[in-house]
Ligand binder design. Sequence first.
Ligand SMILES: Nc1ncnc2c1ncn2[C@@H]1O[C@H](COP(=O)(O)OP(=O)(O)OP(=O)(O)O)[C@@H](O)[C@H]1O
Ligand SMILES: [Mg+2]
Length: 415
Amino acid sequence: MAGVLIDDGDILLFDEPLAALDPASGHQSIALIDELHQQLHNTVIIIEHRIEDVLTRPVDRVILMAKGKIVADLKPDALLRSNELQQIGLREPLYIEALRYAGCDLNHIDHIDNVNALNAEVLAPALQSWQANATVPVTIQSGEPLLDVRQLSFCYENGPQIFHDFDLTINRGDMLALVGRNGVGKSTLSQIITGFLTPSAGTLTYHDGHTDIDLAKLSVKERADKIGYIMQDPNQMISQVMIRDEVALGLRLRGVDEAAIKQRVDDTLKICGLYPFRNWPINALSFGQRKRVTIASILVLQPELLILDEPTAGQDWRHYTDMMTFLEQLNQQGITMMFITHDMHLMLEYANRTVVLGDQGVMLDAKPSTVLSNPTVVSAAALAPTSLYQLAERVHIDPDAFTQHVIATERKVRR
Ligand SMILES: Nc1ncnc2c1ncn2[C@@H]1O[C@H](COP(=O)(O)OP(=O)(O)OP(=O)(O)O)[C@@H](O)[C@H]1O
Ligand SMILES: [Mg+2]
């Protein structure tokens, strides 16, 4: 940004400035853009999927595009009262969704574009009576330990100490969200587990039925048979021209015979919804579809544990929901998952357990909603409560229970 500002241009165009930022940095970045706009009086255009975060600062117009056309050009309050976002498969701000579920008439709500300016007294009765119908969610029990990380230490060459005496257990069947501020070491941890990086101390023990395996004794390739790792950027993983070859690559490297490869690749492509594209070149696919190809190329090796680095970053809500529903199904079929995310709602909606990584190791290991109800952890880990928390607090409903109810309703609506 500093580099661009030197040129003193009249228009500043930001293409997904928030993608891959932790929630607190996301809010700071939008605030910074707003301050620049006030100081420089230039025209600012922001392209974003994180609509809710952008709207935390005043925006003059929101333009929606679909199929090469502008389908809406509105002020934020008019946009939020309409259902234009829903119609093209984009996510509305969470508090707007909640107000709709509770049957509030959005046309008669003042300051609809700012959750902190809503008239709490007027909205409280409807929200409270909606909340009174909430059912208690079932909690999922964790399984046996699958991977034990013990007393891990790691330091990049000439870099900072990232882990010191670090412990973590991933349990069988977990759908675990790994969160924490930018640069805290989430990707580094994934790369230590998969063997791309070697720790200076500590053990990684993988529990394979009744046998305990010391991962240090396995090569990267052998580990990949058990633990699949999907990088944030699919383009960093893809090396083949055709989809079928990309998905088959791991099996070819392992010397599997071609007939078996064909069968397993076909099966996996079907599971991933890519079978119709099987003979396409990869460069004809969108970012989200490529992400699926990389997942397919890992799944075909039948790992028991999948580590996904920001599986939904840079994707619109429809693709995000497709991706997460797909991962949820895999989890229900018995694959253990750990996913890294900066999206707090995604964590609330899909994880059964959240591990918050801080500078001193695991800061908190708890149910996702418990994490966001802890202000100390939220601020130390650069997380942010969602707008559902703000809305619930303003109308005196327990934020945790309210969020659970919104999530449960959303799932019902989606199905
Ligand atoms: N190859 C490297 N050499 C030296 N330092 C590195 C290297 N890769 C990462 N780091 C540093 O290690 C720390 C942890 O990085 P890491 O990529 O694991 O963070 P992260 O939690 O995944 O962050 P993000 O949320 O931004 O993806 C950062 O401070 C980073 O600057
Ligand atoms: Mg990372």
